[in-house]
Design a protein around this ligand. Structure first.
Ligand SMILES: C[S@@+](CC[C@H](N)C(=O)[O-])C[C@H]1O[C@@H](n2cnc3c(N)ncnc32)[C@H](O)[C@@H]1O
Length: 242
């Protein structure tokens, strides 16, 4: 089975991801200080740049703005503060899968030179695979994206969107798929990130199988709404597609 693809809603309309991603924005904001600290303390600029003047940042699972723009600005500011070298140039590579609305992303990109101090490029592909040549990325960043598994786990239950209240076998199926995916993810990034570079990521998680946890109960609530909608034939496609 190939990777499943469920892009965020494109465009900039009422139901677009761009206008409905405050939750993800808050998740990224919560790690902002840790991110700045990591750049200050752990980025080995001399080693990472060698003699080059170009600093490469990659956002893995960028979707459309504005969250990705905000995160890239924060990273670049932190590197500039550490480096204090005005000749340093930045390139940001926005990565997402085919189906992501890259047109909206690039149409809403702040103007270069005025409100954006980096060159922008895009790579279409999965972060569960190779995306860059060896040792070519200096900071790899990912926010609210690594909780996307590469595919529906074998043996999972197609009527659930979360393991809350699921049988042990279903929980184990998700764990196994997550372990396999993360192994591939780390193997690829280990090859792509230059020595001295950084990988920064966040993802939502509920502690163990705490069914009372607010993330778990929120997902159970959404799940029950989706199942009701399927019964009412408001959603005609199977939950398996999610
Ligand atoms: C919830 S959005 C997060 C977007 C953005 N990082 C933010 O913080 O607002 C998750 C994004 O990850 C992307 N994604 C999921 N699995 C992916 C994969 N295997 N490779 C690349 N992107 C992926 C989705 O297409 C989606 O655009």
């Amino acid at each position: 089975m190939g990777e499943s693809i469920s892009p965020m809603n494109g465009g900039s309309g009422t139901y677009s991801y761009a206008r409905n991603s405050t939750w993800q924005k808050n998740g990224a904001a919560a790690m902002e200080n840790a991110l700045k600290e990591a750049v200050m303390e752990s980025l080995d600029l001399q080693n990472v740049l060698c003699d080059s003047n170009t600093f490469i940042v990659a956002d893995l699972g960028c979707s459309v703005g504005p969250n990705t723009f905000y995160a890239m600005d924060t990273i670049i500011e932190a590197v500039q503060r550490k480096c204090n070298k005005s000749s340093l140039e930045f390139q940001v590579t926005f990565i997402d899968r085919i189906g992501n609305d890259f047109n909206t992303l690039f149409a809403s990109l702040p103007e270069h030179g005025r409100n954006r101090n980096y060159f922008a490029a895009a790579v279409l592909g999965s972060f569960y695979g190779s995306l860059f040549p060896s040792s070519s990325v200096h900071i790899a960043y990912s926010s609210s994206a690594l909780n996307w598994l590469s595919k529906m786990p074998e043996g999972s239950n197609a009527t659930k969107i979360h393991y809350n209240g699921a049988p042990d076998a279903v929980v184990r199926a998700y764990e196994t798929q997550f372990e396999e995916d993360m192994e591939v993810f780390f193997r690829c990034r280990a090859r792509e990130i230059a020595a001295g570079g950084l990988m920064l990521f966040n993802m939502a998680a509920a502690p163990s199988r705490d069914v009372q946890h607010h993330v778990a109960s929120m997902l159970t609530f959404i799940e029950s709404i989706l199942i009701d909608m399927v019964k009412e034939v408001y959603i005609v496609f199977a939950l398996r597609k999610m």
